[in-house]
Design a protein around this ligand. Structure first.
Ligand code: ATP
Ligand code: MG
Length: 419
């Protein structure tokens, strides 16, 4: 254990004042307490932690007795949320996981008075450090060295640890991508061996970890999923992706549909959809990825009208994702010069406020009703016909011009003229 009196890190972990207060209060009441896990790892790396988890010897009832406002977040697992103003901190009793019965969940958890036991159950050395002002850095498994040397290593025997909980296999890959770390050899070999255990992990959890990996600064680590023989255990359809088709780097903008589309862009739209559906992705994201996969293969064209037509086919942010994706990919139907021209014209079109959607058309459905058209399908068709005209020629987006077009197209035939 690091000597807290000489450890300079003792002085520099930026624990938020409210977390510090909770720890002090627990200590005043005779209970050891410290921050633990991801927040210690991230602080040592100079990153801002997402949340600050506190671990303590006090059992939930004791924690609740000390603090005014608490929420029973997961009492059975020892977790109480302590509210301080608007901030919420999870305070969890030191615990030991019982036997794992299904390769994912411990049969039961037991509280323990020893921090060491709690740290031992954690997945990787870099996630198994604790810290308090009083005790300094508590690093029983040399996590700090692994952090310095950029290594993901299991706490204890990797085969046992992945055998207990197969989700850790994906966590190892995900942390390696988020931090740009290597996976230590024994840990790596164990995760390859136990990849089939991923069959026991829910598709939702798999999808969450894969999204975190793809959204990380090193999404190219996705290649390890193929290299280590894990892909078929992500899902059946994921296993059918050809890794030679996959090209993704940290330069791809970190937006979820865009990163998934980068992974799946050589698939057919149906195959891409099948992968995402099997991983229980939400429908909105599936729709956006499909759109990107479809349009990645189609040239947008370098004429204003063609660009307006493409813009009209998708939400504005999806169109931005499409251009960004094309900028990043190597094999697209456009040349670099074409892409630059498309970007320039897109700015021009947006700057001028050209109509690219029904809502920007100079006539509305209400106008057509006023002109005597019956509400219903015909109005939708008429508006779409006008939009087509305006996409072709932006100057036509003028009320009188459009109404004249309507009259000459015969759409208003039979309508009672009220103009
Ligand atoms: P993130 O920044 O993604 O939240 P994190 O390390 O905080 O990273 P969490 O999932 O929030 O990850 O978990 C908090 C801590 O709980 C981890 O740092 C680790 O010590 C422990 N932990 C989480 N999941 C597992 C697991 N499946 N097996 C063992 N320990 C785990
Ligand atoms: Mg966390």
């Amino acid at each position: 254990m690091t000597n807290p009196d000489t450890d300079p890190l003792k002085l520099c972990l930026p624990i938020p004042p409210q977390a510090e207060y909770i720890i002090e209060k627990l200590e005043e009441n005779g209970f050891e307490a410290c921050v633990v896990g991801g927040c210690v790892r991230d602080s040592l790396l100079g990153r801002k932690p997402g949340d600050w988890d506190i671990t303590t010897r006090a059992v939930p009832e004791q924690v609740k007795a000390i603090f005014g406002r608490t929420i029973d977040t997961g009492i059975a697992h020892g977790t109480v949320t302590v509210m301080r103003g608007k901030e919420a901190y999870e305070v969890t009793t030191y615990r030991i996981d019982g036997e794992y019965e299904d390769g994912r969940h411990p049969k039961n958890v037991a509280f323990t008075p020893y921090l060491e036991e709690d740290l031992k159950r954690r997945d990787f050395t870099i996630n198994a450090m604790a810290y308090s002002r009083r005790a300094g850095l508590i690093d029983l498994f040399d996590g700090k060295t692994d952090l310095r040397e950029g290594r993901i290593r299991c706490v204890g025997n990797p085969l046992d640890r992945f055998g207990e909980d197969a989700l850790r296999i994906l966590r190892a890959l995900r942390f390696s991508a988020q931090l740009g770390f290597e996976i230590e050899e024994e840990t790596r070999e164990a995760l390859k061996t136990l990849a089939p255990n991923l069959a026991r992990v829910s598709k939702e959890r798999i999808h969450t970890e894969m999204t975190k990996l793809l959204m990380s600064p090193h999404p190219e680590c996705i290649h390890r999923v193929f290299e280590y023989g894990i892909a078929p255990w992500i899902s059946k359809t994921f296993g059918e992706i050809n890794p030679r088709d996959v090209w993704i780097t940290g330069d791809f903008p970190p937006r979820i549909p865009l990163r998934w589309a980068a992974l799946l862009c050589h698939e057919t739209e149906e195959a891409a959809q099948a992968v995402l559906k099997e991983l229980k992705m939400d429908n909105d994201t599936i729709g956006r990825v499909k759109l990107l996969v479809r349009w990645r293969q189609r040239p947008v064209g370098t004429e204003e009208k063609l660009i307006r037509k493409t813009m009209s086919q998708m939400p504005e942010d999806a169109y931005d994702d499409l251009l960004a994706l094309k900028q990043c990919l190597r094999d697209i139907p456009e040349s670099r010069e074409d892409l630059a021209e498309i970007s320039r014209l897109t700015c021009l079109i947006r700057g001028r406020g050209d109509c690219v959607r029904l809502k920007d058309l100079a006539v509305t459905g209400d106008d057509l009703v006023t002109l005597g058209m019956r509400p219903g399908k015909a109005i939708g068709q008429a508006l779409n016909m006008l939009l087509e005209l305006v996409l072709e020629d932006r100057e036509k987006n003028d009320r009188n011009t459009l109404l004249a077009e309507l009259a000459s197209s015969g759409c208003l035939c039979g309508a009672d003229s009220k103009t």
